[in-house]
Design a binder for this molecule. Structure first.
Ligand code: AMP
Length: 409
């Protein structure tokens, strides 16, 4: 049968087997972050468009090309959120969180939307876990977030992980550096890809990200921001690295690391998984010391990370979950169907998972169904309160009193 409707391109349905993976991800995230004193926050799935144009930055791919923007019935421009940090900072200011004890530590998990070219690990709707530490510029906060993300990915069992860290310095340093980089790129215009040349003015940093071979060759000699840091930023970055060393978290120093959002200052980092092919980044983040102020709040430092649930689940290549039904209650010769429901309730109250036939099958069909759903036992009800308890793996079967099933299991 050809379906009349499909989930929109780049989106997907989460079916029960996959939902189990998401539940595991959420459970691990919650336990890692709440043990570290983070409180959960959730913001709406859409915001005023200007929050993102101002917060994320008008020159970024996200704002230029990837936002799902629409007008509401009152003529206001709204956008499905493409990232989390701007909205968390909006909430921090809106709820006067700068008056709380600082820093404020928050975590969040939910859907995000970007109009990207869909491929494995890259969707138009995806789920991100984020953690933010707002109200401190301590390098320990940067290091702690990196350590927490390393621990979370480790606990989940993400294989072949690597960590890259870099520093972007202050916005002023970056401005000066960007002018230097633009000059360098102009000098090599002939060897660069068109896409990079087109963006020399708007976003020259993306040249470091280019897959184009000629561009890559040029970029090996490009000036690096990491060599232009002001002493205070350099010191901050050293302190982050020393804290990582002390915590025993290995990393690669990457002077060419750039991220797709304008608000980053100082530390940036990315975790990659060798199993993931082209979209290998499982998570990343950095410091955004100017963002709260940029959004109209008081000058406030902040740092955070985001990790994509789908990328993690892809990296884990999760096996389908094992059997989830302890007992399948089947109706045999002479059994009263009403008794099945009372028994199911009793089993479930005792903490067992239990199901029964809802399709009017004959006994043989019921047992086949029990097998298909991976039930461990079948309880075959018979006349006069008698029953057979069948081990679905071995096929062994013995007669019991139906109301003693809990003791017999
Ligand atoms: P970003 O907000 O771009 O720094 O992305 C943070 C994390 O979100 C990435 O490391 C990915 O795990 C995930 N992510 C970003 N964009 C997508 C996408 N289009 N589809 C799936 N996951 C994504």
């Amino acid at each position: 049968m050809a379906a009349d409707f499909k989930a929109p391109r780049g989106t997907f349905d989460v079916l029960p087997d996959a939902a189990a993976g998401y539940a595991r991800f959420e459970h691990a995230a919650r336990s890692t972050l709440e043990r570290a004193g983070f409180g959960r926050i959730e913001t709406p799935p859409f915001e005023e468009t200007e929050l993102f144009t101002r917060g994320v930055g008008g020159s970024t791919d996200i704002v230029r090309k990837e936002m799902f923007t629409f007008e509401d019935k009152g003529g206001r421009s709204l956008t499905l959120r493409p990232e989390g940090t701007a909205a968390i900072c909006r909430a921090y200011v809106e709820h006067g969180m700068h008056k709380l004890a600082q820093p404020v530590k928050l975590w969040h998990l939910g859907p995000y939307f970007r109009h990207e070219r869909p491929q494995a690990g890259r969707y138009r709707e995806f789920n991100q876990l984020g953690a933010e530490v707002i109200g401190t510029d301590s390098p320990l906060a940067d290091a702690e977030l990196i350590v927490l993300l390393a621990d979370l990915l480790g606990e989940l069992g993400v294989p072949e992980l690597s960590l890259r860290v870099g520093s972007l310095g202050s916005l002023d340093t970056r401005r000066e550096y960007l002018d230097e980089l633009r000059l360098f790129l102009r000098e090599h215009e002939g060897e660069l890809s068109n896409d990079v040349v087109e963006r020399i003015d708007a976003n020259p940093l993306r040249a470091f990200d280019s897959a184009d071979e000629g561009t890559r060759r040029v970029m090996t000699d490009a000036p690096q921001l990491i060599d232009r840091l002001e002493p205070a930023d350099d010191e901050h970055f050293s302190a982050v690295r020393e804290a990582l060393d002390a915590a025993g978290v290995g990393y690669e120093l990457d002077g060419a690391l750039v991220r797709g959002l304008d608000y980053y200052t100082r530390t940036i980092f990315e975790f990659h998984c060798g199993r993931l092919g082209a979209q290998s980044q499982v998570g990343g983040g950095g410091r955004y010391d100017g963002l709260v102020e940029q959004l109209g709040g008081p000058a406030t430092a902040g740092v955070g990370f985001a990790v994509g649930a789908e990328r993690v689940l892809l990296a884990l290549d999760l096996e389908p979950p094992g059997p989830s039904t302890d007992v399948f209650v089947a109706l045999g010769e002479g059994a009263e169907p009403q008794r099945a429901l009372a028994l199911l309730r009793e089993l479930r109250r005792a903490g067992r998972s239990a199901e029964t036939d809802l399709a009017g099958r004959a006994l043989r069909g019921q047992l086949k169904h029990a097998d298909r759903i991976g039930a461990r036992h079948a309880l075959i009800l018979e006349a006069d309160g008698r029953a057979q308890l069948r081990d679905m793996q071995s096929g062994e079967q013995r007669e019991i009193e139906a109301n003693r099933v809990l003791e017999e299991l």
